[in-house]
Ligand binder design. Structure first.
Ligand code: ZN
Ligand code: MN
Length: 314
């Protein structure tokens, strides 16, 4: 059997061994939704799974094998696509779950992993609209674990695009960046698809007659029932024309590197049970509060807080 970070490609004994070594378990959360005529509908789930896989491997490489990653099967459906971030759930092909279903899925899968022994869980989101529902499910799983006497669980939630830094955004969007919400089927997703799943992209199907009105100009409010005309005819919210595989490599590398840092930071704190740096910083804040009106104690304490809180920066 091949060596894989993907749980569905792993035998149960290998899985248990990895969990016994306190592996980080990723849960990719995506969607099945239209992404114009130039990409397959799996984008959000497929990219999140690929990014989680790359992050799991990078985590092991960065820690010289000390920290392993397991990527659980993805949640392949997402919360109702919104017109202002995914074109809208009225579009054919977009197959939506209700918020309560996502909450239940996130809670049940997360709790099942906790029962298996997972103590460090990372929800990686790839569909803008999912986030708060995953958050709710994670909190419910944590509450259930706590009620069962399992107290040392840490759950992290993130959307991978939030780890693309400003310098990269400036490099990849020289004509200006319209925001991650409007990136639906745009340069980021298309470039990453060209990297990870080139067979599921066809740039020749970007028909100029269809790909008009981009980036989309949408009202700053929602309307129900949906006004279909607000969504551009392609279903995309920004133009994917400038997408390349090379941009996909840049996006993957910067996002993965920054996610590894964030996961290692949280892993360290869990390991010792108490976040000492924040505890000392909180104490220093208290001292600051009582000494702020006296002989410059505030300056010294502020410097202490600065040193303590900046130590984690990379
Ligand atoms: Zn998408
Ligand atoms: Mn989406």
């Amino acid at each position: 059997m091949k060596n894989s970070v993907f749980m569905e490609e792993m035998d149960a004994f290998t899985y248990r061994e990895k969990l016994a070594k306190d592996a980080v378990v990723f849960i990719p959360v995506g969607a099945l939704e239209q992404h114009g005529s130039h990409m397959a509908m799996c984008v959000d789930a497929a990219l999140t799974k690929a990014m989680a896989g790359a992050t799991a491997e990078a985590l092991t490489a960065d820690t010289d094998g000390a920290l392993e990653g397991i990527v659980c099967s993805a949640i392949n459906f997402g919360y109702r696509s919104q017109q202002r971030s995914g074109g809208g759930f009225h579009l054919s092909g977009t197959t939506s779950l209700s918020g309560t279903t996502i909450i239940s899925l996130a809670r049940d899968i997360c709790y099942s992993l906790i029962e298996d022994g997972a103590r460090k869980i990372v929800f990686m989101n790839g569909h803008y609209e999912n986030y708060q529902f995953i958050f709710e499910g994670a909190e419910l799983a944590l509450e259930k674990a706590s009620a069962e006497g399992i107290k040392n669980v840490k759950i992290q939630l993130l959307s991978y695009w939030d780890f693309v830094d400003d310098a990269t955004i400036q490099e990849l969007y020289p004509d200006g960046f319209t925001g991650w919400d409007l990136e639906h089927a745009g340069v980021m997703e298309t470039s990453l698809m060209l990297l990870f799943y080139p067979d599921l992209v066809d740039m020749d199907r970007i028909d100029p007659a269809l790909y008009t009105g981009l980036p989309a100009e949408l009202p700053n409010y929602d309307v129900l029932p949906i006004v279909a005309d607000y969504t551009p005819p392609s279903g995309c919210l920004s133009h994917p024309g400038a997408s390349t595989r090379e941009k996909g490599i840049i996006l993957r590398d910067v996002a993965v590197a920054n996610m590894v840092i964030a996961i290692e930071d949280e892993r360290f704190e869990t390991h010792y049970g108490v976040d000492w740096k924040r505890t000392i910083a909180a104490f220093a804040n208290l001292v600051l509060h009582f000494s702020s009106n006296e002989f410059g104690g505030s300056t010294i304490t502020q410097q202490l807080i600065k040193v303590l809180t900046e130590e984690d920066d990379h």
